[in-house]
Design a protein. Structure first.
Lengths: 761, 191
């Protein structure tokens, strides 16, 4: 006899089975008993639910003897099905499917409702699309069509509750109403309102809820869940009923059209407004599917949705519905010979700027872009040109959207957009801050929007938003379309102004996404960039290296140095072509401290690539010029008595500079004596007391070892030349050579200074 | 269709815990059978829970809220979902499910509710479904009171899911239908 102790026991049993991910063995006989109790009509519902929960939790179950064949009660059938469908067996899924269709076909016993069977069916076709026969799917399609179209249009009666008021009154059932209270004049839908609902009205709701899934997966058992190639639609012959498939589409389309009309009514209950929008999105999506399956519906769909679009395009609360509408037009408007450019323009130009802060819309919008990535290949299209707008979604909703943007970014990059996107990525956290201010400025009451005195300086970021000094910079940063020519000379003042927001959590979260995107950016650009673009990017890299938004860790994480080296490796000739800019950058001693990574990589690149073998235009004068510039920097930072003004820098920078000077000298051998003399002074440098206090012992020893190796190498100039001028090859090879350089140097050193006990080879 | 529903405690400093999880059917032929299948299912849901917890914490941080909000003083105080933070994200194929899934989540006080949906699912409806499930679960499972025993009452959670999300099927229920359903369930939900 099942009492409260049984309930308690079963609950505890469920917990102990569920609590661990490792298998718990339950006695086979006990499992059998659970199944018996589950199926027994005498068991109270709570006990049945618990037995099912335990059996599901243990799935897949070897000792399962459950079958749904004998069960007449539809609620119990649904419960037992949930256990069977959890087994992961195609046979079980098919058996459940058969039984449910059987239940739908025949008349159900008194008091049973088909309402509980439809979700089971939906689950069956979702798990295993081919599990019903064509005949069975026709049966279901026919029923679905009837339930969608012919549900009662009168309200149900309240269940008799017993008591004083239970005497049946002869009361006419009231008609159903719309969500805005008007009496309904057409067939029943999910947006129909009644005090009480009849069984067939419940079935109407269930049928619509599973309709999209059924149209995709249920109609063609042979092809499974693909929305692709339609079978040839059977045209309607007058006077004859359409075949079940076609009839269902016909009723479904009519239902969706009705929903479109119902979804812009003003609901009496605010919460119904949310459902209206969800219904609208579903209706348009189903229309799209129907159009794909039978193109004769396209004209009707397009004309219906054009009207809808003009009604809702000004209402921000309907924005999410604009996406499936645009998708339908993208899929079919060519066929309907309709000009839908206005729809796309509104979608891409206006919506992101307005609603970037809505996380659901942001996600769906980016999905839309990914699903239609072929749109972005045309560089002049509105889609491609709107990338500044798209990045607003990422700037505001970084953690949720970063992986989506990693997928999307390659489609936005081409020679025309690369430099603008480069700037945009580096300024992405700035954009976050600017969007924040834009939102706050919009929320201000009108009186305060007048702004501060234009002649003076703005006191806060908010004041600066409308201030003439900053307005155009804000406008550029917040632009909707690509505008490479409109870039202001510098956004430096704006970045400084926005510095006060650099610590805000949203800005910091955005900053954390930039390094990943930059790496991806360079990887993609390296594939298509021509010489001129590479040169442009190198110059920009050098320029932007100190024009970064001042967020702690942002400057370190944004790894520009290694990408600079990669670009130089792609196109070594740029060292000669951009010698002016590179000399200017390398000659500024302060750069070695403030932009150390980039400086070091630049110096390395000069050493690697400034040679005749990489570019015939490389002259001795150029080599000498670079040499003198870098020598001056090295001299400055290796003073024996560093002053307060002497920049401090990492030991690696010193090593790279020494190596670069040596390499240059190997190519222009007049310089060898100068380098050798310099290198020989390094011993004094590392031993100087002022220096030992700044650098640690290992680092100084490493510097000394390197200096010695380089000096030794220069004693054999022809060997040095060979070592330092490897054949021009792929970037990876350069890297390997660079890595193996210390090894090569060590070998040479051992040759020249054999340690005690070792034999020269 | 919805593949799974997860109720979790995102934690803050503490690691996230799955309090209740329900999958709606197992796709046949997808991976190992036997106990490994169960193990995989549990681990997949844990991965989802961790990702939800992480997104939840990041969103709370960006909104400037404390990451571990306090429970209300009175257990019967109606919980307002007005400002309840929520979000949606995607999980790539293979990580952790064989195919792509979209996760819609909602955070209420120290708990989070998540729906794991098939791709191309109606996310607006998913959000509505979550907003309906959350207060009803909080009510039925008495999740806000002391000695919250959600782990010991799977039948209450199952009962709600069997009505609002039967077999993972989301339902287009307008307010009146919802009221009718609450009547059937014997729930008194404050409106």
């Amino acid at each position: 006899e099942a009492g409260p102790e049984a309930v308690d026991g079963l609950q505890r049993l469920h917990l102990s089975v569920a609590a661990t991910k490792y298998p718990r063995k339950l006695d086979g006989k006990f499992v059998e008993q659970l199944q018996t109790v589950l199926c027994s009509p005498k068991s109270p519902e709570q006990i049945q639910v618990l037995c099912a929960a335990i059996l599901r939790e243990m799935s897949p179950c070897n000792d399962l003897v459950l079958s749904c064949d004998e069960i007449q009660d539809t609620k119990l059938l649904s419960l037992v099905s949930s256990v069977l469908l959890a087994q992961g067996s195609r046979g079980e899924v098919a058996a459940v499917g058969q039984r449910v269709v059987q239940g739908l076909e025949r008349r159900l016993p008194e008091g049973q409702s088909a309402r509980f069977l439809l979700p089971v069916l939906a689950n069956v076709i979702s798990l295993s699309p081919g599990s019903l026969t064509e005949e069975q799917t026709n049966v279901v399609s026919k029923k679905l069509a009837d339930w969608l179209r012919y549900a009662s249009i009168q309200q149900g009666m309240a269940q008799p509750s017993g008591g004083f008021f239970s005497s049946p009154r002869t009361k006419q059932p009231a008609p159903i109403t719309e969500v805005d209270g008007a009496v309904a004049t057409d067939f029943f839908t999910v947006l129909s309102v009644a005090q009480h609902y009849t069984q067939d009205q419940w079935l109407n709701v269930q049928a619509f809820s599973m309709l999209r899934n059924w149209l995709l997966c249920g109609l063609w058992p042979q092809e499974g869940c693909v929305s692709g190639t339609p079978l040839v639609p059977v045209p309607a012959t007058p006077g004859r009923l359409l075949p079940p498939r076609e009839r269902l589409r016909d009723k479904a389309f009519a239902y969706c059209q009705r929903l479109v009309e119902q979804s812009t009514r003003r609901p009496l209950k605010k919460e119904d407004g949310d459902l209206q929008k969800a219904c609208l999105i579903e209706a348009v999506t189903i229309m799209d599917i129907i159009c794909k399956q039978d193109s004769s519906y396209v004209c009707r769909a397009v004309s219906c949705l054009k009207i809808l679009h003009s009604r809702i395009c000004g209402d921000a609360t309907y924005a999410r519905a604009l996406l499936p509408i645009a998708q339908l037009f993208l899929n079919h408007s060519k066929q309907a010979a309709v000009d839908s450019d206005a729809i796309y323009k509104h979608l891409f130009s206006d919506i992101p700027a307005l609603l970037f802060h809505n996380p659901s819309l942001a996600f769906e919008f980016v999905q839309f872009c990914k699903d239609n990535s072929q749109l972005f290949t045309d560089s002049s299209s509105i889609f491609r040109q709107s990338f500044p707008n798209l990045f607003k979604f990422l700037a505001w909703n970084s953690p949720a959207l970063i992986s989506e943007f990693v997928d999307l970014l390659p489609f936005l990059l081409d020679p025309g957009t690369a430099t603008e996107i480069f700037h945009l990525l580096l300024d992405l956290p700035c954009l976050t801050a600017a969007l924040d201010i834009q939102l706050r400025a919009a929320a201000l009451p009108v009186s305060e929007k007048a702004g501060a005195d234009p002649a003076g300086k703005p006191a806060t970021c908010l004041e600066a938003f409308h201030h003439p000094l900053y307005r155009s910079m804000f406008q550029y940063l917040l632009r909707s379309r690509a505008a490479p020519e409109d870039a202001p000379d510098s956004l430096v003042p704006l970045r400084q102004l926005l510095g006060s927001l650099a610590g805000s959590p949203r800005v910091v979260q955005c900053a954390e996404t930039v390094p990943v995107l930059l790496e991806l950016f360079f990887r993609v650009v390296a594939e298509f960039a021509d010489g001129s673009l590479i040169n442009q990017l190198v110059v920009l890299l050098l320029q932007r290296s100190d024009q970064l938004y001042d967020i702690p860790a942002f400057k370190e994480d944004v790894v520009l140095g290694s990408n600079l080296a990669m670009l130089c490796g792609l196109r070594p000739a740029l060292v000669v072509e951009l010698s002016t800019e590179i000399l200017e950058f390398s000659g500024a001693v302060s750069n070695i401290q403030s932009k150390e990574a980039i400086f070091t990589h630049m110096a390395w690149a000069v050493g690697e690539f400034l040679s005749v073998s990489h570019d015939k235009r490389c002259t001795v004068e150029q080599i000498t010029r670079f040499f003198e510039t870098l020598e001056a920097v090295l001299f400055e930072i290796t003073q024996l008595r560093p002053q307060a003004s002497t920049p401090s820098c990492a030991p690696r920078a010193i090593s790279v500079l020494m190596a670069t000077l040596t390499k240059l000298a190997a190519r222009s051998q007049d310089l060898i004596p100068r380098v050798s003399m310099f290198l020989s002074k390094m011993r004094t440098f590392v031993q100087s007391p002022a220096v030992t206090s700044v650098y640690c012992e290992e680092d100084l020893e490493e510097i000394l070892i390197r200096a010695t190796e380089l000096m030794n190498l220069l004693k054999m100039p022809s060997v040095a030349q060979f070592v330092f001028t490897p054949p021009v090859a792929s970037t990876r090879f350069q890297k390997e050579v660079n890595d193996s350089l210390p090894l090569a140097l060590r070998m040479v050193t051992q040759l020249l200074e054999p340690a005690a006990g070792s034999m020269p080879v | 269709m919805v593949r799974a529903f997860v109720l979790l405690a995102p934690g803050g400093p503490a690691p996230c815990r799955v309090l209740y999880a329900r999958t709606f059917g197992t796709p046949p032929g997808a991976g190992p059978g036997g106990p490994r299948q169960r193990l995989r299912r549990k681990e997949q849901l844990l991965v989802v829970a961790r990702q939800v917890a992480s997104q939840c914490q990041l969103l709370q941080a960006s909104l400037g809220r404390p990451s571990s909000p306090q429970l209300p003083q009175l257990p019967d105080e109606p919980v307002s979902l007005q400002d309840a933070p929520g979000g949606v994200f995607q999980m790539s194929p293979g990580d952790p499910f064989p195919e792509r899934v979209t996760v819609v989540w909602l955070s209420v006080l120290a708990l989070a509710f998540a729906l794991v949906c098939e791709p191309q699912e109606n996310l607006s409806l998913a959000e509505i479904t979550l907003r309906r499930l959350a207060p009803r679960l909080l009510l039925s499972l008495r999740l806000l009171g002391p000695g919250a025993d959600v782990l010991l009452r799977p039948d209450a959670a199952d009962g709600l899911l069997d009505r609002l999300l039967p077999h993972g099927q989301m339902l287009f229920l307008n307010e009146r239908f919802l009221q009718a359903m609450d009547r059937e369930l014997g729930l008194k939900v404050s409106r």
